[in-house]
Design a protein around this ligand. Structure first.
Ligand SMILES: [Zn+2]
Length: 116
């Protein structure tokens, strides 16, 4: 059982690792971002990999203020912003689905009333 779990996680890690650069470049869809962040939160290996890559990419662009605390703080902020984006996206999807359902409901009611 433990072995199986480890194996599954390894496959996930490979997938997640490939997405690190896309995440840093803001190229993931909200769904991919959710999967990515959920995994990183639970997986110290991937978190470390993300931190390192983040520090490299940000360290290069912010060479002047290159201090470790700021960089780590920056990553935390980036992840928080990502979660906000996912939440906003979820709310958007919910509202659109709700409006479609409401419209459909109205049309169905209209048809029923027309028949009666
Ligand atoms: Zn992992």
């Amino acid at each position: 059982m433990i072995i199986m779990k480890k194996k599954t996680q390894k496959i996930d890690c490979k997938v997640i690792e490939k997405k690190i650069q896309q995440y840093l470049d803001n190229e993931l869809s909200p769904y991919e971002m959710q999967v990515f962040l959920d995994h990183v939160k639970e997986c110290p290996d991937c978190k470390e990999e993300l931190t390192i890559r983040y520090m490299i990419s940000e360290g290069l662009t912010k060479a002047e203020e290159n201090n470790e605390y700021d960089l780590l703080h920056g990553l935390e902020e980036k992840m928080k912003t990502s979660y906000k984006k996912i939440r906003n996206y979820d709310i958007g999807v919910f509202l659109v689905s709700f409006m479609i359902l409401a419209t459909l409901g109205f049309v169905v009611l209209a048809i029923i009333f027309a028949i009666l």
